[in-house]
Design a protein around this ligand. Structure first.
Ligand code: 13P
Length: 252
């Protein structure tokens, strides 16, 4: 089964609107000849509409880094799926480990957020990953199984047609420590079979599973060449268009 790779940049809490537009514009120029890979960037909520406007008629897609699951109402400081869609995003990152850690997101809230995204036609990127302690205690698979099955609880196959899974071992995020090829291969194979067990073989075959955690131009090819890795979710190295393009063009 051929899955189009997705290379996604999570800009986290970096860049003002002007800086974001500047990087996005440079990236769009560098990406003009990219055909066989989907490229997405997720700026902050504030920069999102500006970046979306600057990327009109380019081949770069936009994502948000989070959403709130309610449609509207008195929820000070939150942003709904509808608002994100209207601002020009196609994707939304959900359940990033930084949100789970610093903002106490749980598998239950993650599940509600995926539902809110799917309802308005945003493509959810569900982030999962084990901490260093959990890996050392050999709990990696049980942690991931719970994050996936609870995060996707109650969904039918039609709802999840555009789901993307992102495996981001917490200990590899922003640390410069990348998971080894064998570790990534093992986990991605495991996730592929888990999707088959929970849903179906076709669903598992079609769903993209990204790797994230200290991906850079030097290690991208080794990681992306792993059979069950269908792209990357990149933090630090996506902030610089010249670096990010070398990850996007890992095959060239
Ligand atoms: P780094 O690429 O900076 O390790 O961040 C990964 C990440 O958290 C992407 O969502």
């Amino acid at each position: 089964m051929k899955r189009t790779p997705l290379i996604a940049g999570n800009w986290k809490m970096y860049k003002t609107g002007t800086e974001a537009v500047e990087t996005a514009t440079t990236l769009a120029r560098l990406c003009s000849d990219i055909k066989d890979t989907e490229v997405m960037i997720a700026p902050t909520f504030l920069s999102l509409p500006l970046v979306a406007a600057s990327l009109e008629d380019t081949n770069i897609k936009i994502g948000a880094q989070n959403l709130y699951f309610e449609k509207q109402g008195a929820f000070t400081g939150e942003v709904s799926a509808d608002m994100i869609k209207a601002a020009g995003a196609q994707y939304v990152i959900i359940g990033h480990s930084e949100r789970r850690l610093y903002f106490r997101e749980t598998d239950t809230s993650v599940c509600r957020k995926i539902k809110a995204a799917v309802e308005v036609g945003l493509k959810p990127i569900l982030c999962i990953g084990e901490s260093e302690t959990q890996r050392n205690e050999e709990k990696t698979f049980s942690v991931l199984d719970k994050q996936v099955s609870d995060g996707l609880k109650g969904f039918g196959l039609d709802d999840l047609a555009h789901l993307v899974l992102a495996y981001e071992p917490v200990w590899a995020i922003g640390t410069g420590k990348t998971a080894g090829v064998d570790q990534v291969m093992q986990v991605h194979q495991h996730l592929r079979s888990l999707l088959e067990k929970l849903f179906s073989k076709d669903f598992s075959d079609q769903t993209r599973i990204l790797y994230g955690g200290s991906v850079n131009p030097e290690n991208a090819k080794n990681l992306m060449d792993i059979e069950d890795v269908d792209g990357a979710l990149v933090g630090g190295a996506s902030l610089d268009a010249d670096k990010f393009i070398n990850i996007i063009k890992y095959n060239k």
